[in-house]
Design a binder for this molecule. Structure first.
Ligand code: ASN
Length: 519
């Protein structure tokens, strides 16, 4: 499994079982992968067929099935900046004009020959990529925000505008690219991942370290890669594309201000690598296990903050920070979630805040790794009422807090619970402590959840593939109750497991050897 997280989160599942799950998920997902690409651009096909039949005999042959539509929301950032008085500032109404002159980002001949603008809207904001290696045409429309912003000037209201624009245009496009400054891109990507619920299409944030107008720049590659992925693959996630890699948006952090390789996703491997081929790690791609309609939540609570512990921090500083109206903070602790346990003054401040309903999430200051309770210095924070942030980045934890605290119909206890649940793949699945046994009907559900199974058919496929194996495992250890539970759940205990034997054969063999009982 490319995503090692999932194996780690199954303490009670045997390695045999997890490799079976891997094989199964690979099969399901590679089948889906194929159908996903086919699903792409159905709307475009329909639209362009109508155009084709009205275009007349002189119109060149269209191959509309190869077209996909992507909406580009240009919010600002260095990618579209120019120098004014020696400093970089966003330059309005310039980007599309520049893109139009770049053959790798626009094929004007195709646009003219196929009367692209007659159908897809004005020339000022509609462009088309040259034919991709997968024989696709990506037609993209740029919606420029006003004013364009350096991302340092963005607030939660700007996140809401992006989310609303995606919602408004959701049906018309196959995917979305958000051009954004790099400085706060990890925050926006995280926030959008929570704001967008039941997302079924890719939303990819990108930008650059050097303006696209300069001779040497990373903007062209980043925009091209984001467009190709958004237009050709159904990756139903808020992602961030930078320097040939596609990341889950709520897993990234900006790690370098002076390199084209500006982002890292320390606790999750990339969703895709765009090298000679674009390789998608389908095992890692998040799939919501629902077919519910896409919706956005734009209400975010702004009474949140980030507090980084440091040796010698005073209780006065902590108390001041936790004063109302503060409702939730992300405490950046040492190592695996540790804080001084010899500082009763500090722990008392945390305790008093959590007692009055402030949610404090414990995240590590380390770039990589998770919060645990291995040390007494970590346990002290649990005792003070902090919520463990597992392996969430501070950016993801903060925006999740802002999203969760805005849910007025939930109690503080429910909000705390929601903070410790994995909502959008922002943390490792919280299955620890789930004491699963073979007789527990949740067993399959937990496996399905970890594979992000999204429909009934997939769940059934998992059940059909796993039940013979589970039944054999139950037989082997003589767990007749489990065998009965599996049989009642609809499994055929006469079908063979991974070693070609039926559960009954296993049980007979085991009892012959003095192991199990006769069923
Ligand atoms: N200050 C810029 C921004 O975040 C940095 C960039 O985009 N590279 O908008």
């Amino acid at each position: 499994m490319a995503d090692g997280q999932r194996c780690r989160s199954f303490p009670s599942v045997s390695s045999e079982m997890s490799s079976l799950g891997t094989a199964l998920s690979n099969t399901c997902l590679s089948q889906l992968e194929h159908s996903d690409v086919c699903l792409q651009s159905q709307a475009s096909v329909h639209r362009r067929r109508r155009l084709s039949s009205s275009a007349g005999a002189e119109s060149p042959e269209l191959s509309p099935s190869t077209e996909a539509r992507v909406l580009v929301l240009n919010t600002g950032g260095t990618i579209g900046m120019m120098y004014h008085n020696n400093v970089l500032c966003p330059e309005p109404n310039a980007l599309v004009k520049a893109l139009r002159k770049l053959p790798i980002l626009h094929d004007e001949l195709y646009a003219q020959q196929t009367r692209l603008y007659d159908y897809y809207g004005p020339q000022e904001n509609t462009l088309v990529l040259p034919l991709s290696r997968q024989n696709k045409r990506i037609v993209y429309t740029v919606l420029e925000y006003s004013p364009l912003l350096d991302s340092c000037n963005m607030t939660t209201d700007d996140w809401a505008s992006i989310a609303k624009d995606i919602e408004k245009n959701y049906e018309k496009y196959d995917g979305f690219v958000v051009l954004h400054g790099t400085d706060t891109m990890a925050y926006t990507a995280s926030a959008l991942s929570f704001m967008c619920e039941h997302l079924g299409k890719p939303v990819i944030l990108t930008g650059s370290q050097v303006p696209i107008y300069e001779m040497r720049n990373d903007g062209r590659d980043n925009l091209l890669g984001a467009l190709l992925i958004a237009g050709q693959f159904v990756i139903p996630e808020v992602c961030l594309y930078f320097h040939h890699k596609l990341y889950r948006g709520n897993r990234v952090t900006k790690v370098d201000s002076g390199s084209f390789n500006a982002f890292a996703s320390p606790n999750l491997p990339p969703l895709a690598n765009a090298e000679v081929d674009i390789k998608i790690n389908w095992d890692t791609v998040w799939r919501a296990n629902t077919t519910a309609k896409f919706l956005v939540h734009t209400h975010m609570n702004r009474n949140v903050g980030l507090l980084r512990l440091f040796p010698g921090i005073t209780a006065d500083t902590v108390r001041a920070f936790l004063q109302p109206p503060m409702e939730g903070i992300v405490l950046e602790t040492y190592g695996s979630g540790n804080a001084p346990n010899n500082r009763t003054d500090l722990l008392e401040e945390f305790r008093m805040a959590t007692d009055r309903g402030v949610i404090i999430v414990n995240c590590t200051q380390c770039l990589r790794g998770s919060v645990t309770t291995s040390y007494a210095t970590g346990k002290a924070l649990i005792d003070a009422g902090l919520v463990p942030g597992c392996d969430m980045t501070p950016e993801a934890a903060l925006s999740k807090l802002s999203y969760v605290l805005a849910k007025q119909d939930l109690s503080v206890q429910e909000k705390r619970k929601m903070m410790s649940r994995n909502l959008r793949g922002e943390m490792i699945a919280d299955l620890e402590g789930a004491k699963l046994s073979l007789r527990d009907s949740r067993f399959l559900q937990v496996i399905a959840k970890s594979l992000s199974i999204s429909c009934k058919e997939e769940l059934e496929a998992i059940r059909d593939a796993l039940t013979p194996t589970l039944a054999c495992a139950a037989s082997k250890i003589g767990d007749l109750e489990a065998l009965e539970a599996i049989r009642q759940a609809g499994a055929d205990i006469h079908s063979t497991g991974y070693d070609g034997r039926t559960p009954l054969e296993v049980v007979s063999f085991s009892s012959a050897c003095g192991g199990g009982e006769k069923y």
